[in-house]
Structure formats: C-alpha cells, structure tokens
Write a protein that binds this ligand. Sequence first.
Ligand code: NG1
Ligand code: ZN
Length: 545
Amino acid sequence: MDYFEETKKVSGQHPKPVGLVLEYGTAGFRAKAEQLDHVMYRMGLLAVLRSKKTACTIGVMVTASHNPEEDNGVKLVDPHGEMLASDWETYATHLANAEEQNLKSVLTNIVEKESVNLQEVARIFLGRDTRPSSQKLSQAVVDGVCDLGGAFQDYGLLSTPQLHYMVCCWNTMEQYGIATVEGYYQKLASAFIALTNQIPSHPEEMRQLYVDGANGIGALKLKEMEPYLEKKLKLNLCNNGTTGKLNYLCGADFVKVHQKPPQGLDMKANERCCSFDGDGDRIVYYYFDQSGCFHLLDGDKIATLMTTFLKELLAKADLDLQIAVVQTAYANGSSTRYIEDIMKVPVHCVNTGVKFLHHKAQEFDIGVYFEANGHGTVLFSKAAESKIRQMAQDESQKGEKSSAAKVLEHTIDLINQTVGDAISDLLTIEAILFIKGLTIQQWDLIYTDLPNRQLKVKVSDRHVIVTEDAGRRAVSPAGLQENIDTLLKKYRLSRAFVRPSGTEDVVRVYAEADTQISADTLAYEVSLVVYNMAGGVGEQPKLLH
Ligand code: NG1
Ligand code: ZN
C-alpha cells in the first residue's frame, strides 16, 4: 500500500497559495490566518511522523500568541512538552513550502532520513486559542492527522502552556500531573494553597490583583481556575474577551513594548496589576506610583524575584544546589548586573527564542529562565527535585530546614516546567510576594531598570542581517556593527543591537542608556543605520519621544 496515497487525494482540499513561502520561526509558523490552511494540514501530517518517530504523543497548538487577531500560527510540541527539535523545524519549513506535486516526495524523504517506523501508532494532542480563525484551522490539522491514520485528542480551547502540560503528563504516564484541564487546575491550585498556608494571615490588599487577560485564552482559563483557588486570591479580571479585540491595545506585549498600561484597566495608585499575552504564556506586572509614574516589572524583575526566593530557601534548607539564570540580549543591563554582582548567581545569555533558554536552563540543578517580555519558568533537574522531595518528606528533619524544603517542594509543583506559563507564573509570584511580605513597590526597588527602547524597521529582506554572540553583534551587512559601535560611544551606560525577528517580517532594534531621551535617540539613530544599510522600505524611522 502507498502510505501517502490518501494525502494525494486530500491535500488538494488544502491548497497552497501560489508562491507563498513561510518559515518555521522562533515560535512556529505565523502569518495572516487566510494563508495558513495548507500549513495546518501539513503540520497535521508532520505531527504524525514526529509521533511515530518518537513513539510518543505530540502536541499541535494553533495560535499566534501576541500577534494581531487577524494572524494565526501553529507550533508542534515535543514529547516532554518542549519545543520541536530543530531538525524537524527544517522539515516543517520544507513541507509547508512544497508544491502540491512534491508533497509525497518531501514526506518520503523525512521518513527515510529519520528512519520513521510507519507501523508505529501515532497520537496527537490539539489545542487552540480564541482567535476567530482558530477552530477552522485546527480542523485542517485534524484532516492531516487523520489522513496518515493518527489518533488525536482535541482539547479545544487551551492556553499554549496547558497544551505543553498535557503532552508532558501523557508521555510521563501522568507522573507530571493528570492530562486534563481539571488536573492542571488541581495541581497548581493545591501547590498554591499549600504555599500560602505557610503564612497564617495577611492584609486584604495583598490578595487583590488586577489582571489584563489580553482578551484571549489566558483570561478564559484563569476564570475557569478561580474556584480552585479557594478565595486565596481576589482576581479582578479585565480584557476578558467578552467585548474587546484580542491583543488590541492590551496584553503583555503591548504593555512591555509601549511601557504603558493597557486600555480597559482602571488602575489606581499602587495597585498591583499584570497582563497576559494572547495565548497565556507571558506575564508582566506593573503599577502607577502616587505621582502617576508608571512602573513595569518585566521578565527580568520576575526572574530576579524567583531567583532570590529560591536561593534563600536553598540556604535555609542547607541544600547545595547550583542555581543559574538564563536571559537573552533583551534583558535589562541592570538586571544582569544585579543578579551577577549582588546576588552572585551566574547569568547566561543565549539567542532569542524560548527553546534556547530552555535548553540552557536544563544544564543546571535549578535553571531560572525569562525573556524580558515575560516568558519564562524555572527548571529543576531530576536530581535536584528528588533531593528536595526527599528532604521535605524526611520526618527526622525539623525546624527551618524542613519547612524550607517543603516550600521548595510546593514551588516545584506550582511551576510549569514544560514552558513559560502566565497562570503558573502569576501564582508563583503571588505566593512569593505573600510569603516574603513584599508589596509590588518593594519588589520593584530591588534594582532600577536602565531606560530602554525597542523599535522595528521594515526592510526588503530581513535576513541580510546576520548576527553572532547571542544576537548582540551584527556580522552582516559589512560595516553595520561598526556604525552601531560609533553611536554607542555618544551615550552613557549604552547598549544596542539589531536582529531579524523570527516571528514578524521586521528587523528589531533595542537600545538602552542612562536616560530615556538617550535610549530613545540611540534607538532612533540605530534604526536609521539599519534602514540605510539593510535595505529599508517605506517611511524612514522617526524620533519618538
Ligand atoms: P522575535 O520576533 O524573534 O523577536 C518574539 C520575542 C521572543 C519570543 C518570540 C515568540 C522579543 C524581542 N522577541 O521573537 O522573545 O517570545 O517572539 O513569541 O520579545
Ligand atoms: Zn505567547
């Protein structure tokens, strides 16, 4: 029998727009929703091959995260809930771009190269966000899965990290947790309750949290979870998707990039607020002070808070475990200096993209990783986890040592170790603030961010920019980096870099310096250099203040 016979018949129902070329980028495929039907179908096919290759369940998530509502996207989730292996990203790109008549040969090629056993059974878990296009696109994935005889379970609406969690649970025979949404809520809620029970009572305002749900799936899922939290936290949810548009003037990306609050959130001075992104895997916190000044606590501040908490617990429990922080070039220079010089915790800088942070963090007993945009989590090695659990359950241990080990154990259970998770991060942060008795203002004071600015430049081909050193230096086009270096000399405490985005057709520019005016001017000047040297299109960059 010709294994790929069915695909020949059905792929015609999911035609590829002529000339369309897409790439499996930092977060899978992303494009306008109407361009993606064939990609979804083909990712259904690829997921079956990946499942047969690994003899495990594979996840397929339909989402474009913080992108506009009109966009959509898809990514595959590997057996332990991690991002797809990089060789398979290349296959994904080939498969998505193959002309109809070449589909079979591209599939056969993957099977041969990877020695995929076609007799192996395949199982796929599906999830999707709340975009209007997601349901139909997810049906195209199902068509692909079914054409290659794969079994599937469609979870319907899920946050991205929930799907990662389901895949990991299933493939670990539910050692990680129960592979249902209730299982997820119960696991996280009981860890959160156990942690907050460490402190008998606290002022009412500590429990109040304002959440901007970006009008997306995170809002929906947080609402669903609320009853499990037994009123330990009073959540005021806005941008919950009932009226507003997904990610429009709201959500974590909007708040981080524009450094201002989302629309739809009525903030009063000193109130603790946070924003999710469109698929619930990022979170940033913020507040207004008495003088009306906006303070953002981004992924770097979150990483610092979590690392401080964990390091103090390790010391109390007298556990000799190595802890490290993983960041990207976008991490604020002040955070890196604080973690390295004051906290004496090693910091590693890797390429932008969660998979790079995740892999690096796996090298340590405890690896804390966060992107400045609020995507991150904490990984505990198997050995570290069992040491902690053993100590927590050892009845001969008494006093501070034993209670620190117990807190560490609950923290492990509260953190989604498969991927950054806005709900899990929210609960972890709230528990830490609660246990340490910190207000958001006190947390903010740990260090002061250097003023910074992120800009985008449109060029005709963003891949003319090639970088090295974790995206911090441009090696091409020739002379670009030298020009940036010259600009840097004009400003104090300055740092700037450019790199092609992996999720949008733009070049990203980042600059930081001693004042906001300097950071803005530097970002503008670097953008101009990019525009002039890397084939800028459309309007020239403008100086924004
Ligand atoms: P790109 O578009 O490659 O910069 C963005 C984020 C990444 C990551 C991915 C996936 C920034 C500067 N970049 O990637 O950190 O989160 O999206 O969503 O925030
Ligand atoms: Zn996201």
